[in-house]
Design a protein. Structure first.
Length: 138
């Protein structure tokens, strides 16, 4: 039996990790990302970088507007994931991150607790940081 993984992420930063998992043969049973949003002069609906990658690689995509929505949570449960991997995604309710039996692994693009929240790389550059990195937590 192979490990069943749900991947959660949205921006370009999150694509490399997902790509590494796919290329190394991990069983990605679902990808959760932000809903498409209007962008540019014509306000055309734009997919997240993670969704674009997932679609190109025939991965099952979920785009909830509400992470506590019972229908969404039922859909996630039905995927029967063993583990979730989160890279550059929004705050998750406990019911979601506590769902898989092996837990949820998170990669954050800063040396926590510095630059918690959105755009940690941008803020490190704006503030002229000489040293930065990533933090993982389970």
């Amino acid at each position: 039996m192979s490990l069943r993984i749900i991947y959660l992420g949205t921006p370009d930063f999150a694509v490399a990790s997902l790509d590494a998992l796919v290329k190394n043969g991990y069983n990605i049973v679902g990808v959760i990302t932000a809903p498409d949003k209007p962008s540019g002069r014509g306000l055309q609906l734009t997919q997240s970088a993670v969704k674009q990658y997932a679609v190109e690689n025939n991965l099952h995509v979920l785009q909830p507007t509400n992470l506590k929505d019972p229908a969404f949570l039922d859909e996630v449960r039905a995927l029967k994931a063993d583990l979730q991997i989160v890279v550059a995604f929004r705050m998750m309710p406990e019911v979601l991150w506590d769902m898989p039996p092996m837990g949820t692994f998170n990669l954050h693009a800063s040396l926590l607790p510095q630059y918690r929240g959105a755009a940690p790389i941008n803020h490190a550059i704006i503030n002229g940081e000489k040293e930065t990195g990533v933090t993982t937590f389970f």
